[in-house]
Design a protein around this ligand. Structure first.
Ligand SMILES: [Zn+2]
Ligand SMILES: [Zn+2]
Length: 176
């Protein structure tokens, strides 16, 4: 997924808050904190400005990350409010790291009705379209390269193809 798409996940409110945080922190640092601190007041004025502009990116990136977690957890159908709160309140960015370790896979879209479906589902809950190859006999999900169904043992389409010419079968009505 492109960076542009990732940025689109961040809610506009979080982007606006990040800009405000950046400006607020940069102005506060350059106007007040840096000239008054014993460590930085001896820096030349230009150096103080660069330091303030640089340091202010940290809270702005933090706000953008929280916004990303909110939007990303939401599109993954996770508990997005809970995850955003965990990311804010678990110290040392551990909540943020946990989120990226534990997040669910992105939902997929049903090719027939377009509903967003949790990854791993075999059928679309809205229109019952098969989202993965399924066994013609028992209807359970199978992998494309399995010659036989692991649930009922029936030969799959691939198993039949691999077994040479298929025996003649009487014509049957096409499944939907
Ligand atoms: Zn569907
Ligand atoms: Zn089966």
């Amino acid at each position: 997924m492109s960076l542009q798409n990732q940025i689109r996940v961040i809610p506009p409110v979080a982007k606006a808050l990040a800009v405000l945080a950046y400006l607020g922190v940069a102005i506060g640092l350059i106007a007040i904190a840096i000239p008054q601190s014993r460590n930085t007041s001896s820096l030349p004025k230009g150096g103080q400005v660069v330091l303030g502009l640089f340091a202010a990116t940290i809270p702005a990136i933090y706000v953008l990350l929280l916004g990303y977690i909110y939007g990303d957890a939401r599109r993954r159908r996770m508990r997005y409010v809970v995850w955003t709160l965990l990311a804010i309140f678990i110290p040392n960015a551990i909540g943020i790291i946990l989120y990226f370790i534990l997040r669910d896979p992105l939902p997929v879209f049903c090719p027939r009705c377009g509903a967003s479906v949790k990854a791993g589902f075999t059928f679309c809950p809205q229109c019952a379209t098969a989202l993965q190859p399924v066994c013609a006999q028992c209807g359970r999900a199978i992998e494309r390269n399995w010659p036989h169904c692991p649930n009922c043992g029936a030969a799959t389409a691939m198993g039949k193809a691999g077994a040479g010419p298929a025996p003649p079968v009487p014509p049957s009505p096409q499944p939907l």
